[in-house]
Design a protein around this ligand. Structure first.
Ligand code: NAD
Length: 367
């Protein structure tokens, strides 16, 4: 069976985590690393024992001929780097959010298709063991018919939380609900619906964003709705980040690397007993606990191997992440114009930039 050759473009914290996953897998070999930061390049090169170290991505790809290039850089570089890597027709594993707007994401998807390359976007929680436990219980019919989905963030500034954490949440939502038809969002700053002046550049190159508090309702086929909360808290709270599936016979709850089942659709919290049951979370085959390798990273890499073997897309494919971005841009559009937005949108430019232009404003500037 083929061993897939993996090259890493960016040896920061995320590149380190992702490459450890591929390095631990028997079917992938990390063959080359690239970073303009020599210290990071050498630190990771020494850890993974990879001698092919580059500062130039073209040289890395030409000389080492990888099957997959991982792109874990600041989001503002995703588009440019993906387009450069796609020139070589190489498959990509790129960090989330995929791009900062739909114009960029459309171009990446189109170029990948022309070049016959596959794209996976690093929504690793979607294929991680705890989410698999939720998916298994769901497929076994343990919550009956799906009635509603709820998902919430970690308490960042809402607009930034949407691009940063909401991208994972929405990828998880569409895993169960399918693709979204329309979105209706309330996007508030200082207690009022956002105005064009409330648009700001997001940290970490995630494009223009707005809203301290975002509440969005999405519609899907079969009368299914989902609600997403990205509300700014006084203090960040990672335990608030969760997914809840509400069914006719029970509920499922996912939080990072744990999962629970409530075997009844609703119950009185009378304090007598807690009906929530923790689900058995099975670690991926071949995964060794107690090392620096994350189980989600390992599972993400293993899914890429399976996808390439089977000549299909990764579950967290470029087109799934493209749809996630479609929803996120729809949320901003809906919040700005205070009306429901049908997806996909005809206008592909960033809705908040268009909105500012319509109001005589240029792109928002950093303070
Ligand atoms: N999936 C997750 O759970 C998760 C968690 C946190 C962050 N992220 C995402 O990860 C990304 C950021 O990752 P990070 O924090 O490791 O970033 P980082 O900026 O710390 O590291 C990126 C590295 O890439 C290098 N680089 C950038 N452009 C390059 C180029 N053209 N050639 C060679 N090297 C180049 C930089 O020198 C840097 O060392 C963002 O997209 C963010 O949204 C994902």
């Amino acid at each position: 069976m083929k061993t897939y050759r993996v090259a890493l473009l960016g040896c920061g914290p995320r590149g380190t985590s992702a490459s450890r996953g591929y390095n631990a897998l028997s079917r992938t070999e990390v063959v080359a690393l690239c970073d303009i930061n020599q210290e990071r390049l050498n630190l990771l090169g020494d850890e993974l024992d990879v001698s092919a170290r580059y500062e130039d991505l073209d040289a890395m790809i030409q000389e080492t001929e990888p099957d997959i290039v991982i792109i874990p850089t600041n989001t503002k570089f995703h588009f440019e780097l993906a387009m450069r890597v796609l020139e070589y027709g190489v498959n990509i594993d790129m960090e989330k959010p995929m791009c900062v707007d739909l114009e960029q994401a459309d171009a990446v998807i189109a170029r990948a298709k022309e070049k016959g390359a596959r794209i996976a976007i690093h929504h690793q929680g979607r294929v991680a063991p705890a989410m698999n436990a939720v998916a298994k219980a769901f497929a076994e019919g343990r919550i009956g018919r799906l009635r509603h989905i709820e998902t919430s963030g970690k308490g960042y500034f809402g607009g930034y939380g949407l691009m940063n954490i909401g991208t994972h949440s929405l990828s998880n939502v569409i895993k169960f609900a399918g693709h979204c038809q329309s979105v209706s969002a309330t996007v508030l700053t200082g207690g009022h619906p956002i105005t064009p002046a409330d648009v700001v550049p997001a940290p970490n190159g995630m494009g223009p964003v707005a809203g301290e508090c975002i509440t969005a309702t999405m519609t899907f086929k079969n009368n299914l709705c989902a609600t997403l909360y990205q509300h700014q808290f006084e203090k960040m709270d990672t335990t608030a980040y969760q997914l809840r599936l509400l069914g006719s016979e029970g509920q499922l709850c996912w939080k990072m690397n744990r999962a629970w089942l409530l075997p009844t659709p609703h119950y009185l919290p009378d304090g007598e007993h807690d009906l929530w049951q923790e689900l058995d979370v099975k670690l991926p085959e071949g995964f060794e606990s107690g090392t620096t390798v994350g189980e989600a990273e390992y599972a993400f890499a293993a899914e890429y191997v399976a996808a390439l073997d089977e000549d299909r897309d990764h579950e967290c494919s470029g087109s799934e992440a493209h749809h996630v971005l479609e929803i996120m841009m729809g949320i901003f559009e809906s919040g700005a114009h205070q009306r429901a937005i049908q997806l996909p949108q005809l206008e592909r430019r960033h809705p908040l930039l268009r909105w500012r232009e319509e109001n005589g404003l240029g792109p928002p500037e950093k303070d």
